[in-house]
Design a protein around this ligand. Structure first.
Ligand SMILES: N[C@@H](CCC(=O)N[C@@H](CS)C(=O)NCC(=O)O)C(=O)O
Length: 219
């Protein structure tokens, strides 16, 4: 199975970590935004990453891909079937994609993607506003829901909820955005614990090395 995209995207990273947790082998085919690779375009009608190609079946969107993989490989279920657990898992996945990374994207795009990969300056004011006004209430919410006992967001084992919520924090780490341990200590411990899993940690190291190599020299 081929997954198109770069794990610098939290959506792609989420799918790769999800597949790693399930011991599914995915070939990650690096894809740039607006890449003209015909297989990528066929799999992702709006050219957003990630997209999956499994034989003659193509699918875009990280959540759709994770649901497909969980149904196709049901041995280690990461999306619960019990109604409330499933509902809450889908909520956290959606929260992570739209609210958490909705904020993170304004920072990552303007400070990393635009200057490094699109060769144009980012909107630093937008990045600063997102960090100052949008991120704190999101972290306050997380602080009220993350477990502080070595547990997980939904039920007694890792689910898509944990993978989705942890993934955008890698982008904050790459950006050097630090947690205020006094205000959000549970969130800090929880995120560090999930990102230390073998499904995430090698990805983070590879991404950091790539960003190091592609750093824009300071003027
Ligand atoms: N809801 C989609 C979001 C995918 C997405 O927005 N990916 C970004 C990269 S982080 C992208 O491909 N952007 C390119 C563009 O908007 O042209 C998912 O979960 O896969």
């Amino acid at each position: 199975m081929i997954l198109f995209g770069s794990t610098l995207s939290p959506f792609v990273r989420k799918c790769v970590a999800f597949a790693n947790e399930k011991d599914i082998e995915l070939e990650v085919r690096p894809t740039r935004i607006a890449d003209a690779d015909p297989d990528f375009c066929a799999a992702s009608p709006f050219r957003k990453m990630p997209a999956l190609k499994d034989g003659d079946y193509c699918l875009a969107d990280s959540s759709a891909i994770c649901h497909y993989l969980d149904a196709k490989f049901p041995e280690t279920q990461l999306i619960p079937s019990e109604p409330r657990a499933r509902g809450t898992t889908v909520w956290f996945d959606e929260f992570a994609d739209t609210v958490l990374f909705g904020c993170g994207q304004k920072v990552f795009f303007n400070r990393v993607v635009a200057p490094r990969f699109l060769n144009r300056p980012g909107d630093e004011a937008a990045a600063e506003t997102a960090l100052r006004d949008e991120l704190p209430p999101i972290l306050d919410y997380l602080e009220s829901v993350v477990p502080d006992d070595g547990g997980y967001l939904v039920g007694n084992s890792l689910t898509l909820a944990d993978i989705s919520v942890a993934s955008p924090f890698v982008n904050f780490i790459h950006l050097g955005v630090e947690f205020d341990s006094a205000k959000h200590p549970r969130t800090k411990r929880y995120v560090e614990r999930i990102l230390a899993r073998p499904s995430f940690s090698p990805l983070i190291e590879r991404e950091a090395a790539f960003l190091e190599r592609t750093a824009v020299p300071a003027e």
